[in-house]
Structure formats: structure tokens, C-alpha cells
Design a protein around this ligand. Structure first.
Ligand code: PGA
Length: 257
């Protein structure tokens, strides 16, 4: 970890109706709601944000959304604005997840507009980057990540950059049970840190949390989190169960002790 606390974020994706979300949030609060050594964020689907917010509001668990519109308001059918998220006490938002890029055509330019809008509205973007298997096999990983960061974080000034969280999520590792080895992940994280230092200065780059995502689970969390430039995790599947999510939080707490 670079500096500060580990950040463990759960991405629930399109799972759980409100009642089930509220139940999971209650269980996560029981597991981890009073601990202070790790920052914890849960990102339920939009429809559950209000219900989960009621549960998390007086705890140390932060609330995140999985997407957001770059526009402030108006005729954008089906979209959700930063202000609407803030109104529900949301303070983080996942942007540019590979599933958004792949299935909903989100380009680097769209993601960049969302990141800028999030920062402007005091929401911490969890900005996702990652290579496909094809790109890794063609040894394009670092070039692809570099491009995604350059475009996705364009026009952000150094004084605003420390609220950004970057999530490195190799697309081939998401939901597949395949995880990058700690060494593979560290190599990319170190390259991301260096690029962030070139963009925003070393001080700011040291404050930006870089999360690993892609089949992180209790069995592999500790060795991934122990890497120098891994500051936390963005967890999909394993965040849908309070106990396994809690075990990942515990792994981070143990490494911070
Ligand atoms: P996974 O998902 O942990 O299920 O691989 C991670 C993510 O997509 O954020």
C-alpha cells in the first residue's frame, strides 16, 4: 500500500432487489461497520441505494453507485445525475467499468466526462481500467492501460486529482475465477502510479488509491493487498456475501496493523 488506509469496495452489479440489498448491507455493517482501519464502500444497484443508505448512514461503511450521467439534469431518459446520488448520501461512483465499456459502448471520452462531473460534485470516482486477454497476449497491457488513463483522466488538475480512485481490473479476470498473480498486478499498479506521478506529481500520485479488481476473494486477498502499489480491492462476486467480503476487509486490516 502507498499511503493511508486500504479501500475495499464491493461492486454488487445487477444483483439483489431492495429487500435483499438491505439485508446484505445490515450483515456487512455487523461484520465491519464499526472498524476504522480500512475504508469500506458498498455499491448496490441504483434501485437499492435509498434503502442501503438508511442502513449505512450512521456507520463507517460508505455508499457508492455503479454509474452516473455526466450531465447535471434534463432530458436524458433513464439516466441518474450526480446530484441525485449525493441526495442519497452516495460519495463514491464506479466509472468506466469494463462491463459499461463493453456492453454499453462507453468510450474513454464519455468516461472522462463522467469523471470530471463526479469530481465537480464531490463524488469520488472509482475509475476503472483494464486489458482484455487478447491485449495481454499481444503484450499490449501497459500501452492499453496508459491510453485509458491518459484519456479517462484528461483535463483533471493536480489539485482535484487526489479524490480519484483508480481500479485496475484485467477484463479476463473479472467474474472468471482467474486472478492476476500478485506480481502481474503489481507490475501494472506500479506503471499506473508512475503515470499518475507524471500527470499530477509524485505527492498526489502517492495519495491516489489504486485498487485491484478481478476475482479477488478471501483466499487471494492478502497476497494481492500486500503488494507495494495495491491500495485495496474492487470486489464483485465475493462482495455479495457478507462473510467473504468481511474476510477481505479483515485481510486488509491485518496488513494495516
Ligand atoms: P469479480 O468482479 O470480483 O466478480 O471478478 C470485479 C468487478 O468487476 O468489479
Amino acid at each position: 500500500m502507498a499511503t493511508g488506509k486500504y479501500l475495499i469496495a464491493g461492486n454488487w452489479k445487477m444483483n439483489k432487489v431492495t429487500g435483499d440489498s438491505v439485508q446484505l448491507a445490515k450483515e456487512i455493517c455487523q461484520e465491519a461497520g464499526s472498524q476504522t482501519s480500512v475504508s469500506v464502500v458498498v455499491c448496490p444497484p441504483f434501485t437499492s441505494l435509498s434503502g442501503v443508505s438508511e442502513i449505512t448512514k450512521d456507520t463507517n461503511i460508505h455508499l457508492g453507485a455503479q454509474n452516473m450521467c455526466a450531465e447535471p439534469s434534463g432530458a436524458y431518459t433513464g439516466e441518474v445525475s450526480a446530484e441525485m446520488l449525493r441526495d442519497l448520501l452516495v460519495n463514491h461512483v464506479i466509472l468506466g467499468h469494463s462491463e459499461r465499456r463493453e456492453y454499453y459502448g462507453e468510450t474513454d471520452e464519455v468516461v472522462n466526462r463522467k469523471v470530471l462531473a463526479a469530481i465537480e460534485n464531490n463524488l469520488k470516482p472509482i475509475f476503472c481500467v483494464g486489458e482484455t486477454l487478447e491485449q495481454r497476449e499481444a503484450e499490449q497491457t501497459l500501452a492499453i492501460i496508459q491510453d485509458q488513463i491518459k484519456s479517462g483522466l484528461a483535463n483533471i488538475t493536480s489539485d482535484k486529482a487526489d479524490s480519484i480512485v483508480v481500479a485496475y481490473e484485467p477484463v479476463w479476470a473479472i467474474g472468471t475465477g482467474k486472478t492476476a498473480t500478485p506480481e502481474m498486478a503489481q507490475e501494472v499498479h506500479a506503471a499506473i502510479r508512475k503515470q499518475l506521478a507524471d500527470l499530477f506529481g509524485a505527492d498526489v500520485a502517492g495519495k491516489i488509491k489504486i485498487l485491484y479488481g478481478g476475482s479477488m476473494k478471501p483466499e487471494n486477498a492478502e497476497e494481492l493487498l500486500a503488494q507495494e502499489d495495491i491500495d485495496g480491492g474492487l470486489i464483485g462476486g465475493a462482495s455479495l456475501n457478507a462473510h467473504s467480503f468481511g474476510q477481505i476487509i479483515e485481510a486488509a486490516a491485518k496488513l494495516s496493523a
